[in-house]
Design a protein around this ligand. Structure first.
Ligand code: GLY
Length: 383
């Protein structure tokens, strides 16, 4: 355990060194990915259309601020606070637009507004986070007891769609309940988590990405492969959202069934992680092409470390070791520590069937750095 902590501290030293110049270089941006020259893009404009989620409303736009808040907590360097807060203030402009915001307000406002409020007591950030929590709660479908995912997806009728990723977004509802004392937020989070537990987790511990319910009756209709290989497959990052989300739900509620659910999915993942610690986009994809998703590895690692906090000593090591295996594979073989690229984690993939594979994603860096802080016991704690 001490060896792993020493290793994580050493890697965090490299993270600090890299973020020192990356933060300065990109201080006016809210990045998602890097271009062919390794420069971060900028998602802080308002987007192409009035109702799209590809501009300022882009769902990953909270992770840049989240990385900087983690660095601020660690180093106490006010520069990180200033850049993080400025990106959070920009993000609040999304509320004026409203259209384009969806279930991912948790991913957007936990690492920015909630982090700012937790670390500095900033009341403006508390207001923004409560606003986001109310938007998320408003997506609850009482007939099916789920939070509706996304808005319109191409020509599909998505009114009855729920997705496993939302298990991280519900932390915003747990936060709002704890912060305001109003149990409605927690009740919705619990009802949604129960629905996901009952309808997404298969007997072998794998989870599907999307489940469709009838939006009127709440009856389960079918599942979809979503960002994974296909129906019945197991999208790696989705497995991570389940492991991490159920472990968090246990931390917020003390309900044993959530910890058991997190462990079931974790064991499915651990049984499928290769010896070299590199993970595919989908644990059930064909061997070729060998598309990888380093981001999925970082999310699973975060979930395993969260489980490790809540289990007895002997068991703890099982989950920590599996997480360290994933993180070492990233740090040793999939990380760019040079000035050639603004991002650290390489070889991420958004969706198995999309045209682009093996690029950088700001949330991979977020979950990689967060997992290192978890290993050293100094994480920010926002989920
Ligand atoms: N939440 C969407 C993704 O993980 O790509």
């Amino acid at each position: 355990m001490e060896k792993d902590q020493a290793w994580a501290r050493e890697v965090l030293g490299k993270v600090r060194e890299k973020m020192e110049w990356v933060s300065e270089k990109n201080k006016d941006k809210i990045p998602y990915t890097t271009d062919a020259d390794g420069n971060y893009d900028d998602r802080s404009d308002m987007g192409r259309e009035w109702n799209t989620d590809d501009g300022l409303n882009w769902w990953t736009n909270g992770f840049w601020g989240g990385i900087l808040w983690m660095l601020y907590q660690d180093t106490e360097d006010g520069k990180y606070m200033q850049i993080a807060r400025a990106s959070g203030r920009k993000l609040e402009k999304c509320f004026e637009r409203y259209y384009g915001l969806h279930h991912d307000v948790g991913f957007m406002f936990l690492p920015t507004a909630v982090a700012d409020y937790r670390l500095t007591g900033n009341e403006d950030s508390r207001r923004a986070a409560m606003h986001a929590a109310n938007l998320l709660a408003g997506r609850f479908n009482p007939a099916g007891r789920f939070l509706r995912a996304w808005n319109q997806v191409a020509d599909s009728d998505t009114r009855g769609w729920a997705i496993v990723d939302s298990m991280l977004n519900i932390s915003l509802l747990f936060w709002a309940a704890e912060e305001s004392g109003d149990p409605r937020f927690r009740q919705i989070a619990v009802l949604h988590a129960n629905t996901v537990m009952e309808n997404f987790i298969r007997p072998d511990g794998s989870v599907c990405h999307i489940v469709e319910f009838d939006p009127e009756s709440g009856e389960r209709v079918r599942s979809y492969g979503g960002q994974g290989y296909g129906e019945g497959s197991s999208w790696t990052r989705g497995q991570g959202w389940a492991v991490y989300g159920f472990a968090n739900s246990y931390a917020h509620t003390g309900k044993q069934e959530y910890l058991d659910a997190a462990k079931r999915v974790a064991h499915y993942c651990m049984a499928n992680i290769r010896e070299d610690g590199i993970v595919p986009v989908d644990f059930r994809q064909p061997p070729e092409p060998a598309w990888e998703d380093s981001c999925g590895a970082c999310v699973i690692a975060g979930g395993l470390l969260e489980i490790a906090k809540h289990v007895p000593c002997l068991e703890k090591q099982l989950y920590r070791q599996a997480a360290v295996k994933l993180l070492r594979a990233i740090a040793d073989t999939r990380a760019d520590w040079t000035k050639n690229c603004d991002a650290i984690v390489q070889n991420c993939t958004g969706a198995y069937h999309s045209d682009a594979h093996h690029f950088t994603m700001v949330y991979a860096d977020y979950y990689f750095i967060e997992a290192l802080y978890k290993l050293t016991g100094t994480e920010m704690g926002i989920w």
